[in-house]
Design a protein around this ligand. Structure first.
Ligand code: FAD
Length: 382
C-alpha cells in the first residue's frame, strides 16, 4: 500500500536513486518500446521506454524528424500529447486541450505528477544535416578568449536571426595539469556546409579531430553519445547552471572551475563542461553542462565538494556583477541543486497547485523519492 517506488524511462539520469530505488519497486518502462508513425506521417508516437535513436532510425529514411535530444541513448519526451497514469490509477491524455495544466506541469515537472506511458510528437520534413566535432588542444588563455568571444558573437548573431539553422556546443576539457582540449560540436540542420556563422569554430587552428560533414541525425546522435566520459557504465557527477553569454564572465567561470579543482594540489579527477548558447532570455545566456568522471564511490565526496565550491563561487561572482541567472536545467543538475525552485516562485507555486489537483494524496511526493521534487528534502547547495 505504501511501498516506495521509482520510475525508469531511458534510465540515463546519472545519479543513484533518480530512476531506481533501494528497498522499493522500480517501475521499468523499457518494454514500452513501440514507435508508431501515423498514416499521414504527421505524428510519431513513442512508448516511454524508447530512446532518441529509436525515433531517429524510423524517421531518417522517411525524410522526417522531431524535436529531440542530442545523445542517442537518452530516454524520450513528447511535444504534442502525453498519456499519463495518475496516482489514482486513472489513465488520462495531457495536451493543450485535454488536461492542459497537467501538460504544462509535466514540461519540466519530472516524476511529480504521474507515470507517462506514451509521448506523441509533431513531425517535420528534414533532409540531410551538416555537423560533427572539431577538437583542438587547449594550451593558451589567448585561445580560450578567442573561443569565448566567438561564442558570444554567435549568441548575438543568432539572436539577430542571422542563421536559424546552425548551432554550436562549445566544450572545455581539463586534464591532469589543467586545460587540455577545446571541442566544438557543430550543426547546420539546413545542410549548409561550414555556415559563415560557425566560421570561428570550423576554422580553429591545430585541429586534432575533425569529423564535420553531411550526415543525418541518427549518425550525429550516435557520434555525440560515444567517447571517453559518456560510455555506458561510467560513474559520473554532473551539474548545471546558466551564465550570461559574455566572454569576460565566462573566462572568469573557467578560472573558478580550475581553481576549485586544481587549487588545493592534485585534483580528485578532471572536469569538463560544455556551453550551450540559449537566446531570448533577459540576456543571451549559455546553459553549462558540467561533467566529471569519478574513479569510484570513495572519490565521489571530494568531487561533489569541488563541484559545489565551483558552482557557489560562480554564482557569487555573477551576483556581484548583476548577471545572475537562476535557471538550472534539471537533466544535467547535481542532486543538491534545487532545479524546481530555479523555475521561479510563480512556476513553483503552479507546479504545486497542479500536484494537489492531480495527486491529492501526494503519492508522487511521498512514495517516489528519486528525481527533483516539488518539496525539497536535504541540503541545497547552489
Ligand atoms: C553521458 C550523458 C549524456 C547526456 N546527454 C543528454 C542530452 O543530450 N540531452 C539531455 O537533455 N540530457 C542528457 N543527459 C542527461 C540525462 O540523460 C537526463 O537526465 C534525462 O532526464 C534522462 O532521461 P531518461 O528517460 O533516460 O531518464 P531516467 O533516468 O529514466 O529518468 C529521469 C527522471 O525522469 C523520471 N521519469 C523518467 N521517465 C518517466 C516517465 N515515463 N514518467 C514519469 N517520470 C519519468 C525518472 O523517475 C527520473 O527522475 C545526459 C546524461 C549523460 C550521463
Amino acid at each position: 500500500m505504501h511501498c516506495k517506488f521509482a520510475i525508469r524511462g531511458g534510465g540515463h539520469m546519472w545519479w543513484a536513486g533518480a530512476a531506481n530505488i533501494q528497498d522499493g519497486v522500480t517501475i521499468d518502462l523499457s518494454s514500452l518500446n513501440e514507435t508508431r508513425l501515423s498514416s499521414d506521417r504527421k505524428i510519431l508516437a513513442l512508448g516511454a521506454g524508447t530512446r532518441w535513436i529509436d525515433a531517429y532510425r524510423v524517421l531518417d529514411p522517411m525524410g522526417l524528424s522531431i524535436t529531440g535530444g542530442r545523445v542517442w541513448k537518452v530516454g524520450v519526451w513528447g511535444d504534442l500529447r502525453l498519456v499519463v497514469v495518475l496516482a489514482s490509477g486513472e489513465i488520462v491524455n495531457a495536451n493543450i486541450s485535454s488536461n492542459p495544466r497537467l501538460f504544462k506541469a509535466l514540461k519540466g515537472g519530472g516524476n511529480n505528477f504521474g507515470v507517462i506511458t506514451r509521448f506523441d510528437f509533431k513531425t517535420f520534413e528534414q533532409g540531410a544535416i551538416w555537423g560533427g566535432f572539431v577538437i583542438s588542444p587547449w594550451n593558451s588563455s589567448v585561445q580560450l578568449n578567442q573561443q569565448l568571444q566567438a561564442l558570444e558573437k554567435f549568441g548575438n548573431d543568432s539572436e539577430r536571426g542571422l542563421d536559424d539553422y546552425s548551432t554550436v556546443e562549445n566544450v572545455y576539457v581539463f586534464g591532469p595539469s589543467g586545460p587540455s582540449q577545446i571541442a566544438n560540436i557543430l550543426v547546420n540542420t539546413n545542410a549548409v556546409a561550414r555556415p559563415p556563422i560557425l566560421a570561428d569554430f570550423t576554422d580553429v587552428k591545430a585541429q586534432t579531430t575533425n569529423t564535420v560533414g553531411m550526415t543525418n541525425i541518427s549518425s550525429l546522435a550516435l557520434q555525440t553519445g560515444t567517447g571517453p566520459g559518456i560510455e555506458n557504465g561510467g560513474r559520473y557527477i554532473w551539474a548545471s547552471a546558466t551564465y550570461p553569454n559574455n566572454a569576460t564572465t565566462l573566462a572568469k567561470i573557467v578560472s573558478l572551475c580550475q581553481e576549485s579543482f586544481y587549487g588545493h594540489g592534485k585534483p580528485p579527477t578532471y572536469p569538463g563542461f560544455s556551453l550551450h548558447p540559449v537566446n531570448k532570455s533577459q540576456q543571451n545566456t549559455v546553459w553549462m553542462n558540467f561533467a566529471v568522471t569519478s574513479t569510484g564511490a570513495d572519490a565521489d565526496e571530494a568531487i561533489v565538494n569541488a563541484t559545489e565550491t565551483f558552482l557557489r563561487k560562480a554564482r557569487e561572482y555573477c551576483q556581484e556583477q548583476n548577471q545572475y541567472e537562476p535557471f538550472v536545467y534539471s537533466n544535467y543538475a547535481l542532486p543538491s541543486q534545487d532545479a524546481v525552485a530555479s523555475y521561479g516562485t510563480e512556476n513553483q507555486a503552479f507546479l504545486r497547485a497542479v500536484a494537489r489537483e492531480y495527486d491529492p494524496q501526494e503519492v508522487f511526493q511521498k512514495l517516489v523519492p528519486g528525481g527533483f521534487k516539488l518539496y525539497r528534502r536535504g541540503k541545497t547547495c547552489c
